[in-house]
Design a protein around this ligand. Sequence first.
Ligand SMILES: C[S@@+](CC[C@H](N)C(=O)[O-])C[C@H]1O[C@@H](n2cnc3c(N)ncnc32)[C@H](O)[C@@H]1O
Length: 262
Amino acid sequence: MNEFEQDHNIEIQKQFAMQAKRFDQEGYPLSNTEYLKWAIDNIPLNKDYLALDNASGTGILARALARYVKTVHAIDASRPMLQSGKEAARREGINNIIFNEGFAQSLPYDDSFFDLTTCRLALHHFYDVYKPLQEMVRVTKTSGYIAIMDLVSPDDRQISTFYNRLENLRDSSHTYALTEQEMLELFRRYGIDIIKAQTRDVEMVLDDWLDLTDAPKDSRAAITESLLQELDGGKKTGMRPYIKDNKIYFLHTWMLIVGQKV
Ligand SMILES: C[S@@+](CC[C@H](N)C(=O)[O-])C[C@H]1O[C@@H](n2cnc3c(N)ncnc32)[C@H](O)[C@@H]1O
């Protein structure tokens, strides 16, 4: 691991120690049941499955999966996120999740251990996306499934550069959201047979989104200004802002991609 990756891991742990308490807050898209249902309806599930949710955070997806599989291992680099997840699972009466602290790029599991591996909304935080995906493929059984749900960047290179800069201003652990094409290529690169690839827009309230990361005042002002300028016909941010009920909203695009290890 080089020193930049080490620094990034520290940044991740700092950022999510801060987000852990409010991560599951009601009304925010992360725990919205509609988006969880989208995942549950499209990921192959079976009561005999041993599943892994990689970079699981508080286990929002792991908890949704737990009802449909035998056991879920939820691994994450942030102890406070895992702690919030454990408390939530206890409150919800879920007892088939095993929470583990660890890094997505060096999973502490044997080869071909899981029937299903998932990773939601974490790829765009990884220092590099290749090693975590390679690890997910390694720990998945042949004919097992790999499902990723993540933000995707706009296709246009210039807009995507601006978009990722704004995301990083709001959360310094944001690295890069792949484009749809890059996500498909990532699966193909590891020989995963793609069985589903879908996208959908997710409505975000700008202030709520900035509050979750406790974005610094100047970053907050710069992001808001960029969205207002776009609303005035200025440079495209890739965030597609609009005003509703006197609030600034914007759209994220989430991609769900499901493949089979061949
Ligand atoms: C935006 S949260 C998403 C959490 C969860 N997957 C969900 O969908 O609710 C990103 C999570 O990725 C974790 N993370 C980021 N980089 C990681 C890495 N290299 N290894 C393990 N966890 C990582 C963070 O600690 C954080 O909990």
